[in-house]
Design a protein around this ligand. Sequence first.
Ligand code: F6P
Ligand code: MG
Length: 481
Amino acid sequence: YTPPYPPYDPIDKTGFSYETVVKRWPVILTGIIDSVYGINHELSSDIPNASNPSEKAGLEEKYAEGKGLIEKVGKLKYEMGRDRALEPIEDDGETLVDEYNAELARLADDAKNTWFTAPWLYAECYLYRLIRSFFAQTKQWRTYDPFLAQKQSTFKASGTAIYQLATTMHDLEAEKDTLASDPDKLEVLFREMIQMCLWGNATASHLSRDLSLLTHMSPEDIRHLQTVGKDAQQARREFILKDDQTAVWDHIKSLKDARVDFVLDNAGFELYTDFLFADFLVTYTPYISRVVFHPKSIPWFVSDVTPPDFTSTPASLLSPTFFPSPSSTPSPAQAHLHALVTRWQRYLSDGTFALSVPHDTLLGQGGKAVEFWTSPWPYWDMEVRGKEVWEGLRESGLVVFKGDLNYRKLTGDVKWPVDTPFSLALGPLAYAFPLLSLRTNKADVVVGVPQDVADALDAKGEKWRVNGKYALVSFLPRVEE
Ligand code: F6P
Ligand code: MG
């Protein structure tokens, strides 16, 4: 499918793409170098103390490979800054090498194959796949995730919000029966839950500054769900520039024992809010009985959920030492979190919750059901280029696409006028299955927003397309052929 507008690329120096290539990617690459360097530094003192020759040889090999990785990433950073051509990805035995390289050759024909000329969406996906190929070609770093430490530390820093939401969910338990018999209350609660899941995608730094964007209802609020909930919603409304919450809820109410799919975005706090929303749907409503989660098979856009991130999340949440605890003695909030996560573990073992990937130990080995998510392709090509994924999602009652990158892929990251209907921007993917995108704005592409609303924000000088303060809730039903 070819859209009627060109893709965002860094040739336009006023766009976020340019800022990304100039400032953000070099920082990410430096972070990778630092993480490998840190481990090599430790290895250099471990090697002399190895307990036997084979252990020593393994450590030495790891050290040498670490040096090679630092060199490769350093060279990449150098070439990026000088607008060199993107090199073909070496055959590392993992997926999509040929697809990435074929597209690269096509871009070379158009003279758009350098860091400052390539389409942003392609170049950024290529970057993470290229980095993966560096690690995949080693022996000792094959399953190493260079972003793991960063993911873990931001997760640990979100303890306050995590405990707060666990307590909210605990207080809700008492209202479960009332909710079942009061559709209006259930709808208010649905809105709280979906918005919590939406704002869970805002950046961690933004969250710690502005927790008010997340739901945190007191027991009193919960008893008066209708009134209090509505006030809080009103306050947040101005930040949701497209709001299809009513249509989504109407759709969900039409389902019975259906499956919901989450195309995940970030690990840690956002994944926690995804679990919360999924839990609400299966525990509190009669409409949904199963949730399937779709991760990325390789380290991706720094913070995205990989299978190991997914599997370790319940254990981290249950660990008494993972978060700096609210007090030294077990607090009620800890008990609330424990009860919640224990339920999720039960859901994971009885199939109520499932991860879409068969493997969870080796990175880069998800098979067809997952590789599409780490391709560079816009989702309008899903039926052709991601047949297995597409067929699987056709059976879903609702597919929830989380976050900014998924939104860029849904819309192809091209320069749609801001008032383009969401359905048009999806191209051939529109109406394939019921689809919900929950996105806080962190990139230029935006559709489904009235021109005058966009103009007013521009006039205020707000960086509303990229600063993560604004959001879009975009829904489309499925239409039967
Ligand atoms: O690096 C650019 C980018 O793709 C932006 O679109 C966004 O700021 C970020 O990476 C990813 O955001 P998210 O995790 O919400 O997909
Ligand atoms: Mg992400």
